[in-house]
Design a protein. Sequence first.
Length: 251
Amino acid sequence: MTALIINSFREKIRNKTLYVTAIVGMLVMLMLTCTGGLEINGQKMISFKQMVPVGITVINLIGSLLAVMISLNTIPNEFERKTTHLVLVRGIRPWQYMFALTVGNIITSILCVLILFASFAGFCIFWGQVGLIPRALASIIMLSLNTAVISAIVSLFSIKLPAFINGILGILIYFMGVFHNMLTVAAGAADGAGGVVVRGVMHIIPDFIAVQNQASNFLVGNPVDIYPLVVQLLCIYFVLTLTFVTFRKEV
């Protein structure tokens, strides 16, 4: 199975579109965080601590969108190219193949986030915080949990769903996770069956904003709550286990 994961990863990193998108993301990140003229709610961001959440948010957004793009077509493409049949006749079980492809997507998505770290390091240098670059790397690795989760979910959905629907669901889940606190409060205030449904949905939507906040806290030296990080790791584990029992009819 390790060979399948490595082959999946190698195929992804040969994709030039991946690097072009990552470079564009880096440029966007640098433009937003290093111009010194960014305003939020009428308040100008003039300090490093004020800009850290902005930088983390941009990395989280770009990294998650890249994860959706990477994970969207991997498994469907394997079926279209009949690669699946060539692999399965060699004694590889379907769940092993689905698991390996999903893990390959996750590793590639995390690599994209690490590529974006170059722009984050530039952000630290611009604000005169060169000494924080090692801490920034740890913060980005922490943030990559969000990327891993969305990659795993989109990969799992791709086994059953068309790419268009899967892409919309992936982006919707990401934004619901980013606005998790706001949506949870709104759902708590809602009455009737609709409120019950929304509250139920929010219980299973990953809380991306919690991990994002902890990454920001770690970078600026504030206390970090490890609970959201553990929950995200458990979410990755749970989604990966679902690949053991989720197959397409062609398999």
